[in-house]
Design a protein around this ligand. Structure first.
Ligand code: NAD
Length: 266
């Protein structure tokens, strides 16, 4: 069986390093390239604290794609670089597997159009951890019976976007089943602006940023005389890797733009 050729964009970051380790350990995948804006020319092995693997960090995405014949680009960069990387990958016939969060609705629409125009394929997944996907599915189920809900997401303090992609996606999915709802007291006043959090279709979303966290989320439902809390904790970045490698392995089965890892699960 031919291995899927994978390159990693954002290779020297927290997630990029973990992805390179996971790809190197997966028999069905071959790491063929790595791109970052830092550590140019450094062997990937040095970046992940292992013996040299013979792949050097490049800085030019297109050059790396052409030299490596990559079929898949896993992107864990930043909200400000991800769209450029997606465009370049699709133009080169490479399937972007996007974990970077912070894409806007317009960005996602652009990727969808580009996939149609170039007959390309792409996956955008705000969360690759199976537990987080189950949390979203269970939240949809709970919202049918307990429509009053708030979301608290807790991440490490170096995260650039707020709220998290997972919190937004959870709110979006809940809103699809319960619609927009005016929760709480109609005369409620914020004495400190922002204290009731962000608002997506009437669902308050609260973002906590502290050292020590990786990625955690609570969805709290309230009903008459009861609350229900569904919580997921990624305590290490390894939690995302089975999802990332599965997406790489199944990339050729994706048609157009796919949003959410759940669409690739059996
Ligand atoms: P990080 O800051 O540790 O790493 C980002 C890396 O990208 C850095 O090494 C940086 O130098 C590099 N980079 C920046 N611009 C680049 C460019 N144009 N080309 C190539 N490399 C570039 O961040 P992180 O913690 O690894 O997170 C990365 C992204 O992944 C964030 O958006 C985060 O929210 C997201 N994330 C998603 C999931 C998921 O399951 N989908 C899980 C965790 C994190």
């Amino acid at each position: 069986m031919n291995k899927v050729k994978v390159m990693v964009s954002g290779a020297c970051g927290r997630m990029g390093q973990e992805v390179m380790r996971a790809v190197l350990n997966d028999d069905a995948l071959e790491l063929v390239g790595a791109v970052d804006v830092k550590n140019a020319g450094t062997d990937v092995g040095t970046v992940i604290g292992k013996a040299a693997v013979g792949i050097k960090i490049g800085t030019d995405l297109v050059e790396v794609i052409k030299a490596s014949h990559a079929e898949v680009m896993v992107d864990f960069t930043s909200p400000s670089s991800v769209m450029k990387n997606i465009r370049l990958a699709l133009q080169q016939g490479v399937c972007p597997i996007v974990g970077t969060t912070g894409l806007s609705t317009q960005d996602v629409a652009e990727v969808k159009e580009l996939c149609q125009k170039l007959q390309g394929r792409a996956l955008i997944a705000p969360n690759f951890a199976i537990g987080a996907i189950l949390l979203m599915q269970m939240s949809v189920q709970a919202a049918k019976y307990l429509p009053h809900v708030e979301i608290i997401e807790l991440h490490h303090d170096q995260k650039l976007d707020a709220p998290s992609g997972t919190a937004l996606r959870t709110a979006e999915l809940i809103a699809e089943v319960r619609g927009t709802l005016r929760q709480g007291h109609p005369d409620e006043k914020e004495k400190l602006p922002g204290s009731r959090g962000g608002n997506f279709a009437g669902i308050p979303i609260h973002s906590v940023r502290l050292p020590g966290y990786v990625a955690n989320q609570e969805v709290i439902f309230g009903g008459l005389g009861q609350t229900l809390t569904i919580r997921h904790d990624s305590i290490s970045r390894e939690s995302f890797m089975p999802g990332v490698t599965l997406a790489c392995r199944k990339a050729s089965s994706i048609q157009g733009l796919m949003c959410g890892l759940e669409n690739l699960l059996d």
